[in-house]
Design a protein around this ligand. Structure first.
Ligand code: FAD
Ligand code: DLZ
Ligand code: SF4
Length: 508
C-alpha cells in the first residue's frame, strides 16, 4: 500500500530522516503550500516567497531524483488549506493510510499531525546535533541552563576546533577579541546577488497578489532559493566576511544591514544547508589560514552552541513556552514596530531594514528592538509574534527562546541569567545611529533625553524586587541609589510621561 511522506517547508534536505526511511518506488512525497502555515502570523512577504520558491525547487529536485511528489500550490483549487487536510486529501487520492514524517519544529504542528486520523510515524529531526534526549540528560539536575557549558559538549561531540581533548588555541571562547564598533568606511561585501528565474518570478507574483497587506517589501528580492544558491552564499561569506565576523559581530552601521554577518540563517533553518557542513567549511578556512580563530570559534559557537541550545530549550520547556510572561508586561506593541514613524533613529533603522529585507542581525534584534520592548514593558506574546512574522529565518523553535527567553526575560531566566537591558550608551558605543537621532544620547532627563536612558531606570525600578539581589545587576541599583532624590524622581516621571505619550499613539 502507498505511504505518504510529508516534507514541510523547512525540511528541504536530502538527508531528512523521513526521506531516508522512505521508499522511492512505492511512497509518495507530499508537499503543500497552505494558507494555515502562511497565515498563522502575518509573515513578511519575502519569507513566504523564499519558502514557496525553495519548496517548488526542492520538489523538482526530488522528482529528478526519481521520487513521486504530490505538490500543492497555494492557488490550486483543490488546496485543502492546512497540512493535516492536505494529508487527508492525498491519502484519499492515493489510497494511503499511513504517513511518514520528520518531527516539525513547532508544537502546534506536532499536535496537529498527531491528531490526523491516519497512522502517523514521526521521526526525530536528525539535522540537529543534539537529540531531545541528549539535551534533557544534559539539562537534568542543573540549577541553571547555560549555553557555554552545553557548547563545550557540542565541541567535544563534533570534534570541531579540538586538539585532542583540549580546545584549539587553549580556550573555548575568544569573545574578548570581539565586540568592536565598526567604522562606516570599512569594506563590506554583503551577501551575493541573485537572479530571478521563472519559478521565483511566478512565486513573487503569487505572493504580491495574495499577501498585499503584510508588513514588508517584496521587491527587490535578494535571497537564494535552492541549495546551490545557499552553498554559494556560504562560500561568499567564508571568503569575503568571515575573517572580520568576530571582531565586528556586535557593530551596527546606518545603511549597512549586513556588515560581516553570514545571512545564512534562513538557509539553515529551511534545510538548504546543514549545521555541520557549514561549521566544517568554516573550520577549514581556519585550518587553511584564511580566517582567524576569534572569528571562526565565535561563528561555530553561534551554530553548534546557541542554535542547538535554543532548540533544546524550546522542546524541553514545552508548548506553553511562547506564552510565558514572567515580568507581567502588558503594554501593546507600538505601531512603529509595524513601520509607523518614530523619532528614535536606532528603531527606525532596525525596523526599516526589517521591512525592506526581512533581515536584521543579532545585535539589532537584541539590543535595539528587543531591548526597547523589554524596557517599555511590551507584552512578550506580541513581541514574539512580531519576530516570528518579520524575519525570513523565523520558526518558533528558534525564535521563541531568543525572543521570549533571551530578549524579553519572559521565561524568568531559563535562557539568560539576567535581562539584556541597556541605556542608549550601549547603542551609541556600538553604532553610528545616535549621531542623526532626534534624541540626545547624552541627555538623561527632559524632552530631548534618549528614551532608552529614561526607560532603563524605569525598568530597573519596576522590577527592583526581582533583580536587586542578582549579583550581576547590583551595581546598576547602586548607581541609581547614588543619584540625588530629585533626579531619581525626574527620570522616572519623564519615563512615565514618555510611555504615556507612546501608548496614546503620539510621535515619539
Ligand atoms: P550570523 O550573525 O552570521 O550568525 C551565523 C549563524 O549562527 C546564524 O545564521 C544562525 O544560524 C546562528 N545563530 C546565531 N545566533 C543565534 C541564536 N541566538 N540562536 C540561534 N541561532 C543563532 N535566529 C533564527 O535563526 N531565527 C529567528 O527567528 C531568530 N530570532 C531572533 C530573535 C532575537 C530577539 C534575537 C536576539 C536573535 C534571534 N535569532 C534568530 C538569532 C540571530 O539573530 C539570527 O540567527 C541571525 O541574526 C541570522 O543572521 P545571520 O545568518 O547573518 O547570522
Ligand atoms: C513558514 C511556512 C510557511 C509560510 N508556509 C508553509 C507552507 O505553506 N507549507 C509548509 O509545509 N510549511 C510552511 N512553512 C513552514 C512551517 O510553518 C514550519 O514547518 C513549521 O512552523 C514548523 O517549523
Ligand atoms: Fe536610539 Fe537613543 Fe541613540 Fe536615538 S539617541 S539612536 S533613541 S539610542
Amino acid at each position: 500500500m502507498v505511504r505518504l511522506v510529508l516534507v514541510l517547508g523547512d525540511q528541504l534536505t536530502d538527508s531528512l530522516s523521513a526521506l531516508q526511511q522512505a521508499d522511492k518506488n512505492t511512497d509518495v512525497v507530499v508537499m503543500a503550500e497552505v494558507a494555515a502555515e502562511a497565515e498563522y502570523v502575518p509573515h513578511h512577504p519575502k519569507k513566504i516567497a523564499f519558502l514557496f520558491a525553495a519548496m517548488r525547487k526542492f520538489a523538482a529536485h526530488l522528482r529528478a531524483e526519481g521520487w513521486q511528489v504530490a505538490y500543492t500550490k497555494l492557488g490550486d483549487l483543490e488546496n485543502a488549506g492546512s497540512i493535516p487536510a492536505e494529508l487527508l486529501r492525498r491519502a484519499q487520492d492515493y489510497g494511503a493510510r499511513s504517513v511518514l514524517a520528520t518531527e516539525p519544529g513547532e508544537w502546534r504542528l506536532i499536535h496537529a499531525l498527531q491528531d490526523v486520523p491516519l497512522t502517523m510515524t514521526l521521526l526525530p529531526d536528525d539535522r540537529f546535533l543534539a537529540t531531545h534526549k541528549e539535551f534533557e540528560v544534559w539539562a537534568e539536575g542543573r540549577k541553571a541552563l547555560r549555553m557555554e557549558y552545553f557548547y563545550r559538549d557540542m565541541r567535544r561531540k563534533t570534534r570541531l576546533l579540538m586538539d585532542g581533548d583540549e580546545p584549539v588555541g587553549g580556550k573555548w571562547n575568544f569573545d574578548h577579541d570581539n565586540r568592536k564598533p565598526a567604522k562606516p568606511d570599512m569594506f563590506r561585501a554583503g551577501p551575493p546577488k541573485i537572479e530571478v528565474d521563472p519559478i521565483l518570478a511566478e512565486v513573487l507574483e503569487l505572493v504580491a497578489a495574495r499577501f498585499p497587506d503584510n508588513f514588508g517589501t517584496l521587491h527587490p528580492f535578494q535571497f537564494h532559493t535552492d541549495r546551490a544558491g545557499a552553498l554559494h552564499a556560504l562560500e561568499h561569506f567564508v571568503t569575503q566576511s568571515l575573517p572580520d565576523f568576530g571582531a565586528y559581530q556586535d557593530a551596527m552601521i546606518e545603511g549597512d544591514p549586513y556588515l560581516y554577518h553570514a545571512v545564512i540563517g534562513l538557509y539553515l533553518n529551511a534545510g538548504l544547508l546543514t549545521p555541520l557542513e557549514v561549521c566544517k567549511r568554516v573550520e577549514q578556512a581556519y585550518l587553511d589560514g584564511q580566517a582567524p580563530l576569534n572569528s571562526v570559534e565565535g561563528f561555530i559557537r553561534q551554530i553548534i552552541g546557541w542554535r542547538e541550545f535554543v532548540r533544546g530549550v524550546y522542546f524541553l520547556e514545552g508548548p506553553d513556552y511562547p506564552r510565558r510572561n514572567a515580568l507581567n508586561h502588558q503594554r501593546k506593541l507600538p505601531a512603529f514596530y509595524w513601520g509607523a514613524e518614530t523619532r528614535m533613529n536606532c528603531i527606525s533603522q532596525a525596523v526599516g531594514q526589517t521591512r525592506d529585507l526581512a533581515y536584521a542581525h543579532h545585535i539589532q534584534r537584541l539590543m535595539v528592538t528587543g531591548n526597547f520592548a523589554l524596557l517599555a514593558g511590551v507584552n512578550p506574546a506580541q513581541v514574539h509574534e512580531w519576530y516570528l512574522a518579520v524575519y525570513a529565518d523565523a520558526y518558533e523553535w528558534v525564535e521563541a527562546p531568543n525572543v521570549v527567553g533571551m530578549s524579553q526575560f519572559a521565561d524568568g531566566g531559563v535562557v539568560g541569567s539576567k535581562p539584556y537591558v541597556s541605556s542608549g550608551a550601549y547603542i551609541d558605543r556600538m553604532s553610528d545611529y545616535c549621531k542623526s537621532c532626534h534624541y540626545k544620547v547624552k541627555d538623561k532627563t527632559g524632552e530631548s533625553a534618549c528614551p532608552f536612558n529614561l526607560l532603563y531606570w524605569h525598568f530597573l525600578i519596576r522590577h527592583r524586587d526581582r533583580f536587586e539581589g542578582n549579583p550581576r545587576m547590583a551595581q546598576m541599583y547602586r548607581t541609581f541609589d547614588r543619584m540625588d532624590e530629585g533626579r531619581r524622581k525626574t527620570v522616572l516621571a519623564d519615563a512615565d510621561a514618555f510611555l504615556d505619550r507612546m501608548s496614546k499613539g503620539a510621535l515619539v
